[in-house]
Design a protein around this ligand. Structure first.
Ligand code: PMP
Length: 354
């Protein structure tokens, strides 16, 4: 730390992203990327946009907002595109949390929430998941503050039904609820249809997973116009050109080929069932994941040991050292061939494990 670093950040522990190793060709199952390339139209439109990179991007992102609105069945004034969904989540912490409105989230969830809370000097109320790693809705409902709920949750993959979230929204109309739907396209119920009914709901989604655009950095929020206006105040006070030209074009191209996205999601769901069955047959215990990853542990090998053994065999998965989940690994669902390689490696590792 330099002597110039502001004291307000001195205690900040930044988020640790998953490894992106450049040294070796791994089977990369550690950051929940898609095994499929971006939609052809996304690639082509991004390439065309590159020819105009001397110009700033459109700060209103109007064509992208129109395309998003059409896809989601909402108005263009009810969406806001951001630089990954991490950015809209940070905007939500900035806009909807303060000393009187702490951020409320489970102990086991997306690791960025506590970082955003600390970054913005916002108090956090952390509520433990139940023993079966499901969200304790009663505890959430009883807590005061702005709720952040990843649905499906990460890294467990467990999803809540829309009705459960609606009950939370209805129970206290004066409480904000942010539903992070980064993984919703892989088999959970979206809360987007609820934004017409509840002005205390913000839904966030991303192009990083189901739309194969993790490297483009594109996310968005959906909510009533007043919430989107608040988030625009934050956007125009930080970075009006938050979505670059190529990314905006890629997003529009991806939305023009929704059938491609739906087919890829169906393939991931099928590969998830294939990998889950294979892992269970080897004795692994898994949560009921509705995301593009599995969350698995084995009674005979620790989480870190399994992570290291897979790494030695050229397969990268994500291990979290958090005490409660240290026995598990989060394994991205990739192609069928990648899942077969994972199962082969797991079988070989278990054979060598007494
Ligand atoms: N929410 C959750 C639950 C995630 O796992 C991720 C991916 N790390 C994000 C949000 C952010 O994704 P992105 O910024 O790529 O949209």
């Amino acid at each position: 730390m330099s002597r110039f670093f502001s004291e307000k950040y001195a205690a900040l522990t930044p988020y640790t992203p998953g490894e992106q190793p450049q040294d070796q060709q791994y089977i990369k199952l550690n950051t929940n990327e898609s095994p499929f390339p971006p939609a052809p139209e996304a690639q082509q439109m991004a390439a065309e946009a590159a020819e105009k990179l001397q110009l700033y991007s459109d700060p209103t992102a109007a064509p992208l907002h129109r395309a998003l609105a059409e896809t989601l069945g909402v108005a263009p004034t009810e969406v806001l595109a951001t630089n990954g969904s991490d950015e809209i989540l940070n905007f939500a912490f900035m806009a909807f949390c303060d000393a009187a409105h702490p951020a409320v989230f489970p102990d086991i969830t997306y690791g960025f929430y506590p970082v955003f809370a600390a970054l913005n000097g916002v108090p956090a109320t952390v509520l433990p998941l139940r023993d079966d790693l499901t969200v304790d809705l009663d505890a959430l409902a009883a807590a005061k503050g702005t709720i952040f709920l990843a649905n499906p949750n990460a890294p467990t993959g467990i999803a809540l039904p829309r009705a459960a979230i609606e009950a939370l929204l209805a129970a206290d109309p004066d409480r904000m609820v942010v539903v992070d739907e980064a993984y919703v396209d892989f088999g959970a119920e979206s809360c987007v249809p609820l934004i017409k009914k509840y002005d205390n709901l913000l839904v966030t989604q991303t192009f990083s997973k189901s739309r194969s655009l993790a490297g483009a950095r594109l996310g968005f929020g959906v909510g009533c116009e007043a919430l989107i206006n608040d988030l625009n105040t934050i956007k125009y006070s930080t970075n009006p050109y938050n979505v670059n030209r190529m990314t905006m074009a890629a997003g529009i191209g991806a939305l023009a080929q929704e059938a491609y996205t739906r087919a890829n999601c169906a393939a991931i769901i099928e590969n998830r069932a294939f990998a889950a069955d294979g892992l269970r047959a080897l004795g692994f215990e898994l949560t009921d994941s509705r995301a593009n990853f599995l969350f698995a542990k084995h009674p005979r090998i620790g989480g870190e040991a399994f992570y290291k053994a897979l790494r030695a065999r050229g397969i990268l998965v994500r291990h979290f050292s958090t005490e409660r989940i240290k026995d598990y690994n989060r394994i991205t669902v990739g192609s069928r061939a990648q899942m077969q390689a994972l199962l082969d490696a797991a079988a070989a590792i278990l054979e060598e494990t007494p």
